[in-house]
Design a protein around this ligand. Structure first.
Ligand code: CP
Length: 323
């Protein structure tokens, strides 16, 4: 059966291809959905009867669990598959896996995969809606959206906001989705990190480049601090973790020099004492757990919109009227 394809089209594979209106529609749709998670009975029948497969080929805590919560809170039927316990471990290809799932009549696939482009590859080959939950170092669009929602909650706007992404930009799909999303809605974006962890030509993405974290702190309204992705590093990208913390770590002492209170974001998981110190991560300017809370609302909004729901129908859907 063909499904309505309105606000976001069929799939969400990245923020690079979204318009400002589409991004704002997701953020606006997430607003009414936030309240559902605060209720005693945290469920509305928006996706009742829809079947969703969460296909995770890489480890995940926040993304996988918040997609599962989002699906349950919208009353969808959800199935979780990890690579180790699926026939992928016997050599089955991604597309064969998806076609077999498709044969069981699924509506949506949420996929995390180590390979850049995996979500788009799948989206082009199966009729179900595909949502990218992180593909290699390419994009992590729902993380970018939840970061934007968290910034908008705090500042009341995104236009003109100065956001610096600090750390391992080279290996970061979160950085790319933040850059695409934030620049599209009119924020100013900068990056800061060691030369070895900065993609060549990063400024061509429309961002400023700071070599010293002190300059970034002086410039920014918010820092989005990235994890050093050790699992994607074959070579010695940094001399040592202690050295990295000394030069690029976001520490309380560094923040004391900031001309204004900086908002601190981190997509998680954190390497405490490496890219961020505990007294910053747990301090008064950190919205790291608020990001996690917003992640559920963003994923509910994305599921709802891809299922054909209209942004202006989210209030009624929240009240239990269905999509
Ligand atoms: N932010 C994020 O993607 O975290 P997980 O790897 O735990 O999903």
């Amino acid at each position: 059966m063909s499904r309505p394809r309105a606000t976001l089209g069929k799939d969400l594979t990245g923020l690079e291809s979204l318009s400002r209106e589409q991004i704002e529609a997701v953020l606006d749709t997430a607003e009414p959905f936030k309240e559902i998670s605060e209720r005693r009975l945290r469920q509305v029948p928006v996706l009742r009867g829809q079947t969703i497969v969460n296909l995770f080929f890489e480890p995940s805590t926040r993304t996988r669990i918040s997609f599962e919560f989002a699906e349950k809170r919208l009353a969808a039927d959800a199935v979780n598959i990890g690579a180790r316990r699926s026939s992928v471990s016997k050599g089955e290809t991604l597309v064969d896996t998806a076609r077999n799932l498709e044969a069981m009549r699924i509506d949506m696939v949420v996929i995390r995969h180590w390979s850049a482009g995996a979500a788009a590859f799948l989206a082009a080959r199966i009729p179900s809606n595909v949502i990218n939950a992180g593909d290699g170092a390419h994009e992590h669009p729902t993380q970018g959206l939840l970061d934007m929602l968290t910034l908008r909650d705090h500042f009341g706007r995104l236009e003109g906001l100065k956001v610096c992404i600090v750390g391992d930009v080279l290996h970061s799909r979160v950085a790319r989705s933040n850059i695409f999303g934030l620049t599209r809605v009119g924020a100013e974006v900068a990056v800061c990190g060691p030369r070895t962890l900065m993609p060549a030509g990063v400024e061509d993405l429309g961002v400023r480049l700071f070599r010293r974290v002190e300059e970034a702190i002086e410039w920014a309204d918010a820092l989005n601090v990235l994890r050093l992705q050790m699992e994607r590093m074959q070579d010695g990208f940094v001399p040592s973790l202690r050295e990295y913390n000394r030069v690029f770590g976001v520490t309380r002492r560094r923040l004391e020099w900031a001309p204004r209170d900086l908002l601190i974001l981190h997509p998680g998981p954190m390497n405490r004492g490496v890219e961020i110190d505990s007294d910053v991560a747990d301090g008064p300017h950190s919205v790291i757990l608020r990001q996690v809370t917003n992640g559920v609302a963003i994923r509910m909004a994305v599921l709802y919109l891809l299922s054909g729901g209209a942004p202006e129908g989210a209030e009624a859907a929240k009240a239990g009227a269905g999509a």
